[in-house]
Structures are given as structure tokens and as C-alpha cells.
Design a binder for this molecule. Structure first.
Ligand SMILES: Nc1ncnc2c1ncn2[C@@H]1O[C@H](COP(=O)(O)OP(=O)(O)OP(=O)(O)O)[C@@H](O)[C@H]1O
Ligand SMILES: [Mg+2]
Length: 384
């Protein structure tokens, strides 16, 4: 069992602070396992909303849940969003000390309004598969190739890992999507997801995709929203700056888990990955996920201007406007264009994140950092 101390710590803080904690993340990322670990040694009651007896047991939720104290874990809440108003009534009762931990594999938008219904009473923790902080830095290559889903990452061989991911994709399309009450033909969705994999790291162009798939713009948008709402895809929004250049206005699309990306691109192992034309894009998405996971900024963007100039990631960290340029090179060069972009956007510091052997400063405002040292990035940003 791989330890997940950071998530456990965050659960500790959140359940002490808020009456409801929502732990949300993709299918199979380890939510139930983590909640079990967290509940061990505490007074806790658990309901699984995918289990018929548990669902029947919750026919009168206010009555049943109202009689419990300690920690109440409600697993698979996306199956019963109508529980949220009941939770609100319960936590608003004077003197209520019950703490709820709800787990779900769909985002608040899809669960429709957990944050609205429970405004001021809920803290959201977004979970994903394993990260470098959990696997340890030396495992970066396995984590990159196989992705972070525990069963994929920990598989006994690359073949087993790939087989697990193949069946994950099928189950997702054939079972999980319909269970959310969304009717999309599995074959069309698979084609869409595969096409997205091929344009991983590029800006969203609904018309191109719609034309290629013989679907309407509106339909491909709906498919994208579904993949984003189930944590499969990240849409990185563009930053606008008040400069003369014409700037890119569409979001960039990344498949959040590189293991699934490689499955959809037909990349079975690291040798194939390293010679694949999309290796740079795959690395970029991997690095972005790891950086956001460690730094957890309130918001993040990319920036690009038509006709040149681009920064892969921009965020405010420790009060500093920080830029990231991601390169798949051991000794990256920082182009004049990148320097000019950072300057034009007024970034306090630019980090070039790459598989370099060590951290080094390029200039007063530019530092090269190996991806596996991003754990210390927060302190570094505070001190530059
Ligand atoms: N920390 C861990 N170390 C090793 N294996 C893990 C860990 N966490 C989860 N797993 C394994 O990964 C698989 C998925 O875990 P789990 O059921 O907790 O995920 P989940 O997010 O609740 O999935 P679902 O959305 O399908 O309910 C399980 O086989 C579990 O044993
Ligand atoms: Mg679960």
C-alpha cells in the first residue's frame, strides 16, 4: 500500500474545520481506500450509494443520518445528489457535531450544486491518482509512462498496466458515463477521446473536431464537458494581457492522466514513448499536473500570442506571479521569445521545468528545475 500522507493531512484539517468535506476525483484514483484509512481508529459510519441495501437504508436520510455522530462517510454521492439538501438541514441543526465525508467521481457541476446547496458548509478536496510526492522522485519515469491510477502504476508489468487502463477506458464509456444519467454512444465518445489524445496540449478547436467526427460543434462541446466533469480532461484557460499582440483565446486541452493518454495513443511502454512524436506534449501535460498538484494555486492559465510568444503555465504562488516553461530536455535553452514573453507579462520568476539533473539559476529571474524537485518549489518561490 502506497502512503498518501498529504491527502490524509488535508482530510484531517478539513473535517476539523467544515461540517462537510467532499473528496472528489476520477474513478479508481483511491478515494474509498483513502477514506477507509482516514476512518480507521475513529468513530465512523459508512454508506455506499452503489449498494442497494445502503440505498434502502437511506430512504429517510434526515432521520437515519441525524441519529449518527462521529464521522459519516457517504461513498459514490454522484449517485444520489438529492442527499445534499438533507445534509444541509442536518449540519445546520444547533449543536450538530456530525462530520460528513462525501466521496464522488464527478465534479461539483455534474453532482449539480454540492457547493451551492452546501455553500459555507463544505470544503472540496480534489483528488487524483498518485503523484511524484507519493511515488518518490526516482519513480518519475514509471509514473509518467503508466500514469497515476494505483492499479495501473502498481501493476506487475507494463503489459498488465496497459491491460488495466484499456479496461478502465471501456468501463468508463460503457458503465460510468451511462450511470451519470448521460446518454452518449460509447463508440462516438471513444473516437472523441482518442482524437483529444492526439491533440493533447493544443488549443481547443470545436469546429475541427466536429468536422472530423461528423458531429455538431455543440455535441463535441458536450463531450468535452463530460470528460472535464469526470476529471479526465483539464482545460487550461488562456491569460489575457493588455498588450498590442493578438492573443490566443481558446483553452488548451490536456488529458490529465498520462497513462490514459498513452493508452489512447497506442503507446505501450517507455521505449515507444520516447520515440513518439507526441512525447514533448505528453511530458508537458505530466509536468503541469505535477506542478499544480504541489502548488495548488487558486487558478492557473497559459499564455500564447498569435505569431509567437508563449508560456506553458502562469499562476500566483506565494503572492508571486510565476511562469513555467516546460521542456523535455536535460539542458534546455531559454529562447529570446520565452524571455520576452515572461517580461511582457511581468512575471516575477520563470521556472523552466525539465528532466535536468539539478536545479540551477539561468539569470536573476529564470531558474531551471528538474521536475522531481518541484516539491521544494513553494519555498523556492517564496525566497526568489
Ligand atoms: N494507496 C494505495 N496503495 C495501493 N493501492 C491502492 C491505493 N489506493 C487505492 N489502491 C487500489 O486502487 C484501486 C482503486 O481504489 P479505490 O477503490 O479506493 O478507488 P476509488 O477512487 O474509490 O474508485 P471508484 O471511483 O471506482 O470507487 C483498488 O484496487 C485499491 O486497492
Ligand atoms: Mg470508491
Amino acid at each position: 500500500m502506497l502512503a498518501r500522507p498529504d491527502y490524509l493531512r488535508r482530510l484531517e484539517v478539513s473535517t476539523a474545520r467544515a461540517p462537510v468535506t467532499a473528496l472528489l476525483g476520477p474513478r479508481q484514483c483511491g478515494k474509498t481506500t483513502l477514506a477507509r484509512q482516514f476512518a480507521a481508529g475513529r468513530k465512523a459510519t459508512r454508506f455506499d450509494l452503489e449498494s442497494e441495501p445502503d440505498i434502502r437504508g437511506l430512504a429517510n436520510p434526515e432521520l437515519v443520518l441525524g441519529s449518527l455522530d462521529g464521522l459519516v462517510v457517504l461513498d459514490e454521492v454522484q449517485r444520489m445528489p438529492k442527499l445534499f439538501p438533507a445534509l444541509r438541514v442536518l449540519v445546520d441543526r444547533p449543536g450538530s457535531r456530525t462530520r460528513f465525508l462525501v466521496l464522488g467521481s464527478a465534479s461539483p457541476d455534474l453532482v449539480r450544486g454540492v457547493s451551492e446547496t452546501l455553500a459555507g458548509r463544505v470544503e472540496l478536496i480534489e483528488m487524483s491518482g498518485f503523484g511524484l510526492d507519493e511515488t518518490g522522485a526516482p519513480q518519475w519515469r514509471d509514473l509518467w509512462v503508466r500514469g497515476g491510477f494505483p492499479r495501473s502504476y502498481l501493476a506487475a508489468s507494463d503489459d498488465d498496466s496497459l491491460a488495466w487502463r484499456d479496461s478502465f477506458v471501456s468501463t468508463f464509456l460503457e458503465r460510468d458515463v451511462p450511470q451519470l444519467g448521460i446518454s452518449i454512444p460509447a463508440a462516438a465518445m471513444r473516437r472523441f477521446w482518442t482524437m483529444l489524445a492526439h491533440s493533447h496540449g493544443q488549443t481547443w478547436n470545436a469546429s475541427n473536431l466536429a468536422r472530423a467526427l461528423s458531429l455538431s460543434d455543440k455535441t463535441v462541446r458536450r463531450y468535452l464537458d463530460l470528460l472535464a466533469g469526470t476529471f479526465m480532461v483539464r482545460q487550461l484557460q488562456p491569460w489575457f494581457h493588455n498588450i498590442a499582440k493578438r492573443q490566443v483565446k481558446a483553452p488548451k486541452i490536456y488529458l490529465r492522466d498520462t497513462g490514459l493518454l498513452h493508452t489512447l495513443l497506442g503507446i505501450p511502454h517507455d521505449t515507444a514513448l520516447l520515440s513518439h512524436p507526441r512525447v514533448g506534449a505528453s511530458w508537458e501535460g505530466f509536468a503541469i499536473e505535477q506542478i499544480l498538484r504541489v502548488l495548488r494555486p487558486a487558478d492557473a492559465w497559459f499564455w500564447a500570442a498569435h505569431g509567437g510568444g508563449e508560456l506553458d503555465l502562469l499562476a500566483t504562488v506565494e503572492g508571486r506571479w510565476t511562469g513555467f516553461e516546460i521542456k523535455f530536455s536535460e539542458s534546455p535553452s531559454v529562447s529570446r521569445r520565452t524571455r520576452a514573453s515572461a517580461k511582457a507579462l511581468g512575471v516575477d520568476h520563470l521556472f523552466v521545468v525539465c528532466p535536468a539533473p539539478r536545479t540551477y539559476q539561468v539569470s536573476e529571474r529564470i531558474t531551471v528545475v528538474p521536475l522531481w524537485e518541484i516539491g521544494s518549489l513553494r519555498e523556492r518561490i517564496g525566497s526568489v
